[in-house]
Ligand binder design. Structure first.
Ligand SMILES: *Cc1c(COP(=O)(O)O)cnc(C)c1O
Length: 437
């Protein structure tokens, strides 16, 4: 009997038949369980705690509804992410707006939409916010994104001597001083606190400890209790070789460490992205042709870098199975390549799999974060759909793109119409005032 992988109680073969492949599949129960782990373990008796989902990892209105229903807040980094969030059940007051180059229009959108928290990257941005706050007579809580000079990697961290990241500013810098003074003197702006995000796929708490030491040091300069936001970056298991430490322990240690500094803080916040959705998601592909070269055996699949650009972008590693033949011995070492016109379109370099035939289903695990959200339509391959599975039921939360979707925004003369000589309209783009008058 062939053994079929089930996701949230739904057989992969059923999913492939009903929704076609490639397909992003999420185990909704697993997302909800992970949210609970965060909520139960990120608590303190000394200060308030808040968990913000860094939604760039995976945005869909239904995903954000899950976040809202479970009482988490949200990070957005663009007008588009904010727009999506506003379609969900999240209240605008629970949205934090991040980004190093938020445009005037994006910031204006945030004010109009009722966003109350902005994480500011630089003094020029703050100036635009100050103008808008005055114009709307609207209060805004400002966190400053600080570059603490700590860079976390999976198993280690480095204290960088020069801090030239495109994100944030050094606390000691003139830039930061200018921001603090501007907030202080502005009737509608208040300093909420400091933010720092030191990296991604972090397996070890010591890098956070280093950043907490530095940040709490800054907080001592202020009489009021401020918010400390220590960012995201909690590591997940992509392959058999990854052994991230248990989340509950990490969260408890972080809270305990902040408590141990003795610095009074108003609120402690974290911003998990990958760790909330990564392992709960997988991608189903259909195996197509196979090819042997002198050194390699290829299995081609019906997706690739368009639905998961992480392997080509930064040599990310993944684990896979034949979802419709889970019982078979993995006797083959093969390269899983996609269908895109790019030599780098390799999903897995050395995959251990049973012998496969065209039509078999390949599942690549832990694609729930930065898969769909980084997808492209390269080669005019439609972006796959997204399905949530729970208790044996599957529901589509993002429909697969159609060919029609691919040309939806194109403006062109119909095939049988006479060609017209195009007349280009000219627009004068109005100047946007960013200084207070
Ligand atoms: C990307 C990002 C996160 C989330 O990172 P993960 O590695 O997905 O947890 C959190 N905060 C900020 C500011 C980020 O840029």
């Amino acid at each position: 009997m062939p053994e079929v992988l089930s996701i949230g109680g739904v057989p992969a073969t059923t999913l492939a038949k009903n929704f076609r492949t490639p397909l992003y599949v999420y185990d909704q129960g697993k997302i909800e369980e992970t949210i609970q782990v965060f909520k139960k373990n990120f608590v303190s008796r000394q200060f308030e705690t808040k968990i913000l989902y860094a939604s760039k990892a995976f945005q869909a209105v239904e995903m954000l509804n899950l976040i809202a229903d479970n009482g988490l807040g949200l990070d957005v980094v663009s007008g588009g992410e904010l727009y999506t969030a506003l379609k969900s059940r999240l209240s605008p007051g629970d949205i934090y707006f991040h980004g190093n180059n938020k445009s005037y229009d994006e910031l204006n959108f945030a004010f109009v939409a009722g966003v109350r928290h902005i994480v500011v990257d630089n003094s020029m941005e703050l100036e635009v916010i100050a103008t808008l706050a005055t114009a709307y007579k609207q209060e805004m809580e400002i966190s400053l994104r600080l570059n603490v000079g700590v860079e976390a990697h999976t198993h280690e961290y480095i204290i960088t001597s020069h801090i030239d990241s495109k994100f944030g500013m050094a606390y000691e810098s003139a830039e930061c001083k200018k921001c603090l003074e501007r907030i202080d003197s502005h009737p509608y702006l208040t300093l909420e606190g400091f933010h720092s995000h030191i990296g991604s796929q972090i397996f070890d708490t010591t890098a956070w400890y280093a950043s907490i030491d530095i940040l709490t040091g800054y907080l001592r300069d202020f009489p009021q209790k401020l918010t400390l936001n220590i960012g995201g970056g909690f590591g997940i298991k992509y392959t058999e070789k990854d052994a991230p430490p248990a989340l509950d322990g990490i969260l408890q240690s972080l809270v305990a460490y902040v408590e141990s500094t003795g610095v009074p803080i108003g609120k402690l916040m974290i911003e998990p992205g990958r760790s909330l959705v990564g392992e709960a998601g997988c991608t189903l592909y259909t195996v197509g042709y196979q090819k042997e070269t002198p050194g390699k055996k290829y299995y081609f699949v019906d997706g690739g870098m368009g639905d998961n650009m992480r392997p080509s972008l930064y040599q990310a590693l993944y684990h896979c199975d034949l979802a419709n033949k889970m019982e078979l011995k993995k006797s083959e070492t093969v390269t899983i390549a996609g269908k895109y016109c790019e030599s780098g379109d390799i999903l897995i370099k050395e995959a251990h799999l049973p012998p496969a035939s065209p039509g078999d289903l390949l599942v690549v695990y832990a694609t729930g974060a930065y898969g769909y959200s980084m997808s492209s339509q390269y080669n005019r391959n439609a972006v796959p759909g997204v399905v949530f599975c729970k208790d044996g039921k599957a529901r589509e939360v993002i429909r697969r793109q159609s060919f029609e979707d691919l040309i939806r925004n194109e403006i062109f003369t119909e095939k049988n119409a006479k060609p017209i000589i195009p007349v280009f309209e000219t627009f004068t783009i109005g100047e946007v005032a960013v200084n207070e008058g």
